[in-house]
Design a protein around this ligand. Structure first.
Ligand code: URA
Length: 183
């Protein structure tokens, strides 16, 4: 049986992304965060800096989380479905998703959040399954690891889609308020 000991994640070579990445972007945050955030894969800023969501998408994401839920980055555990940057930020290939899956499962088992949010199609499909377009999948709540998980738009889609998508993302995040308030 293959084991996914998180101590070995920074040196992972389970897929071809290990050849082109600068570093594995493991993810970080408290082990009992308010929110577990799952994105798609690191971009250029994250590959350079080693932390998820430290570029433009992350700035929008954490502004919306602050405005809608009074959450700061340090209240959240932040990670991605795929831990290494795909060249030119392409969507991760199936083999890469499969190779990386065990690391996400190990993180889901190690972290006890009050709620989970997935950002974009890749993360929603990896965590909750299904294949609906985001126009239908967003705003849906799914049980995951004993808590509720929300599928919503990726902040990069909001940056591309402007105010309309930003408002949808904002309203989806509001659905988390009662889940975060519950003890
Ligand atoms: N987009 C993602 O999905 N994850 C990151 O960490 C940065 C951008």
């Amino acid at each position: 049986m293959v084991t996914f000991d998180l101590a070995a994640l920074p040196t992972c070579t389970r897929c071809v992304l290990s050849v082109t990445r600068q570093r594995v972007v493991v993810g970080s945050g408290p082990t009992t965060p308010a929110l577990l955030i799952v994105g798609e894969a690191p971009g250029a800023s994250e590959d350079e800096g080693g932390e998820p969501f430290i570029g433009r998408s992350g700035r929008l994401l954490f502004r919306l989380l602050d405005e809608e839920l009074s959450l700061r980055r340090e209240d959240c555990f932040v990670t991605n479905v795929v831990k290494c940057r795909p060249p030119n930020n392409r969507v991760p290939h199936r083999a890469e998703l499969e190779a990386c899956r065990g690391w996400l499962d190990a993180q889901l088992a190690a972290v006890t959040p009050r709620a989970v949010v997935t950002l974009g199609n890749t993360a929603a499909r990896a965590v909750f399954g299904g294949s609906e377009p985001m126009a239908r999948a967003h705003g849906q709540l799914h049980p995951i690891s004993g808590v509720s998980g929300l599928a919503t738009y990726h902040p990069a889609a909001a940056l591309r889609g402007g105010e309309r998508v930003t408002q949808l993302l904002r309203r989806d995040l509001q659905l988390l308020a009662p889940l975060l308030a519950a003890s």
